[in-house]
Design a protein around this ligand. Structure first.
Ligand code: SAM
Ligand code: SF4
Length: 333
């Protein structure tokens, strides 16, 4: 079984948001002031997520990534990982976290069956960290990265959002960090998913500019031959063969024609694109008073229908673009 859309793209990758809550306030994702969080009874339970993922897997999904909001603020995340791990046919479980709570949880996450982890970190000095996150936290994140290495989570990748006016001074420090630690650092172009509608194309620091600055400082970068065709990141190695730097150029070099992703929000809505203006309510189907088999059929049909109606791509670079009503923390990045 495969989930193929009308443009021939096969979807095997599901990103699952487990909460819209967060312990920091990155300006490109969350509002600065009070946040209207989803009421708790609207969140999918771990049992419900597992039931949905089992259906997704029967349709062709074989990898999932847990995200949020900040997934580590949701209680007992290892319990969910263990339960997903038991699903036959699911080959990969990843996690994207801001790393603040990671030092305490890395061991339990690893033991539950997590392998890959992406840790978001936009700056390597505390003052700049605060400019992005509007909170302190650099020390905690660095401790989290060390703990992830210590318990053997592999691979570990760092995600840094690339914002003009802020990221320029982080480029060389991140290059040095990648060389020193052997951890892959990926720059993600700032996308229009902030809560305050402040995004402008002029505020994006483009992948090409970052790549150029790295080459001028460190010498040639060699494209990684192992970069997967479906993966949004293009990875490069430094001339000495140690350390990797990658770019997710969602704005300057969109990769929609290779997209293999679906997204499930914490309140059980399926989004076939990060930038969708429409969602499919799987939670209501899941909570219907129907037989398990009937519910499964309805949910599978709804998933197939959503995939069939996926649009060709986002329209960030056109005047037609409309920013989704949900900001990133509520969609699941
Ligand atoms: N809280 C976790 C974290 O920060 O890693 C997981 C959720 S976060 C929404 C997932 C990823 O989306 C992070 O790497 C974050 O930097 C990225 N992100 C959030 N808003 C973004 C935006 N407007 N443009 C580009 N990336 C964004
Ligand atoms: Fe929180 Fe992640 Fe959004 Fe930053 S990017 S505010 S850490 S959910």
């Amino acid at each position: 079984m495969t989930l193929v859309d009308s443009f021939g793209r096969t979807h095997n990758n599901l990103r699952i948001s487990v909460t819209d809550r967060c312990n920091i306030r990155c300006f490109y994702c969350m509002p600065e002031g009070p946040v209207q969080y989803m009421p708790r009874q609207h969140l999918l339970t771990y049992e419900e997520i597992t039931e949905l993922v089992t259906i997704f897997v029967s349709l062709g999904i074989d990898r999932v990534r847990l995200t949020g909001g900040e997934p580590l603020v949701r209680q007992d995340l290892p319990v969910l990982i263990k339960s997903l791990k038991a699903i036959d046919g699911l080959v990969d479980i990843g996690l994207t976290t801001n790393g603040i709570l990671l030092a305490d949880q890395a061991q339990a996450l690893k033991e539950a069956g997590l392998s890959r982890i992406n840790i978001s970190l936009d700056a390597l000095d505390e003052a700049s960290f605060r400019e992005f996150a509007r909170r302190d936290g650099l020390e905690a994140v660095l401790r989290g990265i060390e703990a992830a290495q210590r318990v053997g989570l592999d691979p570990i990748k760092i995600n840094a959002v690339a914002v003009r006016g802020l990221t320029e001074k982080q480029i060389i420090p991140f290059g040095e960090f990648a060389l020193k630690t052997g951890i892959d650092v990926r720059f993600i172009e700032y996308m229009p998913l902030d809560a305050e509608n402040q995004w402008e194309r002029e505020k994006v620091l483009f992948a090409g500019e970052i790549r150029q600055a790295l080459i001028e400082h460190f010498g040639p970068l060699t494209p990684e031959s192992t970069s997967s065709r479906e993966a949004p990141a293009t990875d490069y190695t430094f001339a000495n063969g140690q350390g990797q730097i990658g770019f997710i150029a969602s704005v300057s070099e969109p990769f929609c024609n290779r997209c293999n992703r679906l997204r499930l929000t914490a309140d059980g809505k399926l989004r076939n694109c990060l930038f969708s203006l429409e969602e499919t309510d799987l939670k209501s189907l899941l909570r219907l008073e129907e037989s398990v088999d009937h519910r499964k059929r309805l949910i599978a049909e709804a998933i197939r229908d959503s995939v069939a109606h996926k649009k060709e791509g986002h329209e960030i670079n056109t005047a037609r673009f409309i920013q989704p009503a949900r900001p990133m923390h509520s969609i699941g990045g």
